[in-house]
Design a binder for this molecule. Structure first.
Ligand code: ZN
Length: 499
């Protein structure tokens, strides 16, 4: 009799379990199918519309886009996780409005001592500097290698050369060319655009030409005294014409010898920039969360994040569809479904729309320092940056937390069936750091992950006009949102998951 009772009890528990599982699966799939590329495309188009003007951090248009995202979160029943019970986490974000495309011209002397002016074309030959001073400079161009002054490395591109009132011509990167070499670490702080511009200002330069600088880049210092412009191959070739050498030849030699090779080029150029500085600019993160339902596990959080800001307008607006409305819209798709699935999540899930990424990773730095849930209780920060182009899925996790990949892999295997690549550790950028906003989380001790898409890419307009909704692949975005939805639901509910 006792045995039968036990058997009955086991049967009852099993049936309940199966029902519970069925119920879970039914709810999960109902909202899984509610994530559609049609709806996601309407959000994409909204974020890329003229009213947000390229969502440059600091601008009123960026703030308007953040308010629009917050309104959606509120509508879906996602709780505010920002300052003072709002969805917003604010920070100072001074910015420079670039009012038109400006111009770049070369004065070519003729044998009869007259001269002709060669004007360059936007955006292939030159690109206006996004933090340029306002005005015009005509001066001689001085080549200063990598624009680095590093006394402790016995290296100075400005040594013995006068650049006061001149235009400096500067390469990206540093003389050391292997980021994987431990020696490279000594050079890292000289890689940054900010440093290079500040060093040019310190030496009295009045103009700054950045080689391979085609594309909007607001992540650079501002000084009203210097006109800044990015240049492509044609003006570079013109500057070196008649000098019996090329930029590649000179920089290769510097890289081999670690000896600077700066010189006056004898070429006269004019940079015109029409900019307005806005020191009063403010930026923000949008923070929303679903509170966990388990009395203990609710104190643990999973963060899914991506930057909402883009590079604004440098004469012409860069709408930032792929970079990174795609990431923001992927998160929105998953957030809406999670908020409405009816599945009670045990852990809390934070949806983080990051501001100020393009101007220097400001929003992620702020959140990592002032998190909604303590770092110790945060399972992981998952970043999405440019996740809307391609046909395959890729998820990375910083070792040794590779097991976090399994939630994504399972979601794909069970419901999505795309080519999937899971790998650890995370890919690094040229500075040897985790890419984009993951840097601020991993460097302060969070476990970080990132989601990418792979293969079958459409043309990428990186920081260029043309990064519009038709440059993204909306059906891979739908699948990314679905993968996040399933993986995060399971991760939030997994009682076995412990660190
Ligand atoms: Zn980005």
């Amino acid at each position: 009799m006792k045995k039968i009772k036990i058997l009955l009890l086991i049967a009852l528990i099993s049936v309940n379990y199966i029902y519970a599982q069925d119920d879970f699966e039914t709810k999960l799939l109902a909202k899984f199918h509610s994530i559609t590329s049609e709806e996601m495309m309407t959000w994409m188009e909204k974020l890329c519309s003229p009213e947000y003007n390229g969502r440059l951090s600091g601008t009123p248009e960026y703030i308007a886009s953040a308010e629009w995202v917050a309104e959606k979160l509120k509508k879906w029943g996602i709780l505010p996780g920002g300052d003072n019970g709002t969805y917003f986490q604010w920070f100072d974000s001074p910015y420079t409005a670039v009012n038109d495309i400006g111009s770049l011209a070369l004065r070519i002397s003729q044998p009869d001592s007259s001269s002709i002016i060669k004007n360059y074309t936007y955006p292939d030959e030159y690109y206006p500097g996004m933090n340029s001073g306002n005005g015009e400079i005509t001066a001689e161009v001085v080549f200063v290698g990598f624009g680095v002054t590093a006394p402790e490395l016995d290296y100075d591109d400005y040594k013995g050369i006068d650049v006061k009132g001149k235009i400096v011509l500067v390469n990206r990167d540093v003389p050391h060319s292997n980021p994987r070499d431990p020696e490279y670490k000594k050079w890292v702080s000289y890689c940054y655009h900010q440093y290079k511009l500040e060093n040019a200002v310190k030496h009295g330069a009045a103009g700054f030409l950045y080689i391979d600088g085609i594309g909007a880049n607001p992540n650079i210092s501002y000084d009203p005294s210097i006109m800044v412009c990015g240049i492509g191959p044609q003006p570079l070739a013109d500057i070196f014409s008649g000098l019996n050498t090329t930029n590649t030849e000179v920089t290769d030699k510097i890289k081999k010898t670690f000896k600077p090779a700066s010189f006056s080029t004898g070429k006269i150029m004019t940079i015109k920039a029409n900019t307005t500085r806005h020191p009063e600019g403010r930026g923000c993160n949008v923070v929303g969360y679903i509170e966990g339902a388990d009395p203990v596990l609710k104190n643990e959080a999973i963060i899914i994040g991506g930057h909402l800001d883009a590079v604004g307008t440098a004469g012409k607006t860069v709408n930032g569809a792929l970079d990174n409305a795609s990431g923001a819209v992927d998160i929105m798709g998953a957030a809406k479904a999670m908020a409405q699935s009816g599945i009670k999540l045990k852990r809390s899930v934070v949806f983080l729309f990051i501001g100020g990424e393009e101007t220097g990773l400001h929003g992620s730095r702020l959140y990592a320092r002032k998190p909604l849930f303590p770092k110790e209780n945060t399972i992981t920060f998952i970043n999405l940056d440019m996740v809307g182009n391609g046909t395959g899925l890729a998820v990375n996790a910083s070792a040794p937390y590779k097991q976090l990949l399994t939630y994504f892999e399972e979601a794909n295997t069970k419901y999505i069936h795309r080519p999937f690549r899971g790998s650890a550790p995370e890919p690094l950028d040229f500075y040897g750091r985790p890419r984009s906003d993951t840097y601020n989380f991993s460097s302060t001790g969070y476990r970080t992950m990132s989601i990418f898409t792979t293969s079958g890419y459409k043309k990428v307009y990186y920081h260029l006009p043309g990064d519009d909704p038709d440059a993204v692949t909306i059906d891979i975005m739908e699948d990314v949102a679905k993968m996040i939805y399933v993986a995060l639901t399971n991760m939030a509910n997994d009682t076995e998951l412990k660190f």
